[in-house]
Design a protein around this ligand. Sequence first.
Ligand SMILES: [Zn+2]
Length: 344
Amino acid sequence: MGDRGARLSVPSPPNPAAQRAPGPWDTGKGGFRPVDGWVAGCSAWLCLGYVARKRGNGDNCACNGARQIESDTLEGDVSDNSTPVPTDLLFQRDSGLRESLATVVAVDEATRGVALDRTVFYPGGGGQPNDIGEMTREVDGRAWPVASVRKAGAVVWHELGGEDSLPAVGDAVLARIDWERRYRLMRMHTALHALCGVVFRDYGALVTGGNMGPDRARMDFEMDSAEFTPERVAEIERRANEELRAGREVRVRLLPRDEAFQIPDLIRTKINLLPEGIAEVRTVEILGLDLQADGGTHVGNTREVGTLRVVGTRSKGKANKRLEIELDDPAEAALDGAGGGAGG
Ligand SMILES: [Zn+2]
């Protein structure tokens, strides 16, 4: 949408007060604080926090939260000696940011890793791949491809491609993500949450795992073979698309730990396994359908997702079934509808 993807032009080094611009994520109680890798991905897999309007059926939620916490922690546990300052995770507050000015705070020559004081790059987690993009030094316009991004503890490392010498600590850079790819991932991530919401609301089925790429995603959930019929799959697809077309707002919030613990739907899931040190919990809610503790990036409204298509199904066990999905772009669909389908 037009108002998404604005360039962040806050000068570096960051002004802590300026970073706390009011927003839906701002609880007014201490603002945002980067914490460890747990909230950087979908906290416990896609389905921690199932939600929502489903009542009376909630105590059977078993979203593998503990296992996911463990894997997420291990995933981010790359030791570094210099221990740079925690990275301000701009994407957590505004998934529409495509670029930001930042200051280099650490450089790891061995891995060609560069840490910034703030970043719009999603480092991966919760089934959503890391962003890629470009980093340009302000003083001389020199540019490096950002080939990969990872999070170690509270620090996001941007791994630069090529063989040129790296920027230096203190350099001001403009870091820009591959927005076309990221936006596809945002649409896909929201699509999976809508799917999660529908299979739980209508069938009481819990998600056991999943993964996504820009073009395709899969989601595994608990359902008996006898129930996993082609008719049921078609029904899930139809109902998920009804929810997407309904234009539901997707709302991101950062809640103080104590406040998050008061939300019955989150308590019932694995939020109580949050490590002690985590002061805030990020939640992603598709209003009226789904609420999860989640660190990923999402579109602002389900209409942006487009249409979901189930392109494959698989039985992964007696009570574990897989759906593979792709998305049709809403803009492309509109073009097709107008008789001007551009294809490819
Ligand atoms: Zn998620």
